[in-house]
Design a protein. Structure first.
Length: 331
């Protein structure tokens, strides 16, 4: 029968308690609720506590996913963590999560593909499982974006929130089968979205702090053009790889970066009903980067009845530039 197809057999997510609403932002920076909603669709976002870190949120989401998979922590034999806001440059956040959930001394590594991180992580987990390298892979996507957001910059501070999602990938008989994946990148556009300082190019110094180089730098207008085109490209490539048509898709979950981007992607799928395009996460939590599509998938599973053989298309786009898509089938 060939290789056992990898499946997502458990999911979980975690959002911090603190809510940062548009009304709250009006008191911090020159903006209005109407301006934010009109341009982004966002109403609220969650903000992690001062002593709550990426690994903490990731660990909480991970334990929920393991429970949902009806496994124990001891059953996990590999940990992948997608994040652009690690607790430290090193050690990896994956190693910190391994400790916090009490997992065995299993391999643990971080993935840095920005907002595409969850889908990039799924591709690695799929390969590990289908090649019988590991049995149960824990994929965590966790971000504390509030730690790198400049709350004096109204073009970026309204967009981002904190949160985590986790999935367990295995070859069990039932779950969400990972039917196809398409990934891509364009390093020639790397300067459109970046954290200028803190790496080897601009190590932390009095000068980098004074120039506010440790905050997100973004060219929103240019990113919008690339985001829509590349997510459509990845989505169509996934359909082709899976020998599916647009009409075979039951649900579309685009990266929850901006409602305008989501709507633009949805227009590329003319046969998909508007109510089948999931965008609740962007309204409630803002852009949570790598965690975005994972949180949305977890909420979709909990809030909607997904029938056997229904398909879910995930697509994401982020700094790098990176992008990706995957088709999941309920089996």
């Amino acid at each position: 029968m060939g290789l056992n197809k990898a499946k997502i057999i458990g999911m979980g997510s975690y959002l911090p308690e603190k809510v940062l609403s548009n009304k709250d932002l009006e008191k911090i920076v020159e903006t209005t609720d109407e301006w934010i909603v009109t341009r982004t669709g966002m109403k609220e976002r969650r903000i992690a506590g001062k002593n709550e870190y990426t690994s903490d949120m990731g660990a909480k989401a991970a334990l929920k996913a393991i429970e949902d998979a009806k496994l124990s922590v001891g059953d996990i034999d590999c940990i992948l963590v997608a994040t652009l806001t690690p607790d430290y440059t090193f050690p990896s956040t994956a190693c910190l999560i391994q400790k916090k959930i009490g997992a065995g001394m299993v391999p643990a590594l971080d993935i840095q593909a920005a907002c595409s991180g969850y889908i990039y992580g799924l591709s690695i987990a799929k390969a590990f499982v289908e090649q019988n390298i590991y049995r149960n892979v824990l994929l965590v996507a966790s971000e504390k974006l509030s730690s790198i957001v400049n709350y004096k910059d109204r073009t970026t501070c309204v967009l981002f929130g904190d949160g985590a999602a986790a999935s367990v990938i295995s070859s069990s008989p039932s779950g969400f089968s990972i039917e196809s994946i398409s990934l891509g990148s364009d390093g020639f556009q790397a300067d459109l979205l970046q954290l200028p300082a803190g790496g080897s190019v601009h190590p932390a110094s009095f000068e980098t702090v004074a120039k506010e180089m440790h905050y997100i730098s973004m060219n929103g207008k240019e990113l919008f053009k690339h985001a829509v085109r590349r997510m459509e490209q990845a989505s169509k490539a996934c359909l082709e790889k899976a020998n599916m048509k647009e009409t075979d898709i039951s649900w579309l979950i685009p990266h929850q970066a901006n409602e305008r981007i989501i709507d633009a992607i949805a227009k590329r799928f003319q046969h998909l009903l508007k109510e089948k395009v999931y965008k609740e996460v962007v309204r409630k939590y803002g852009n949570t980067s790598a965690s975005s599509v994972g949180i949305a998938l977890d909420e979709l599973k909990k809030n909607q009845k997904i029938c056997l053989n229904e398909t879910v298309l995930l697509t994401a786009f982020g700094a790098g530039l990176t992008w990706g898509g995957t088709i999941l089938k309920s089996v």
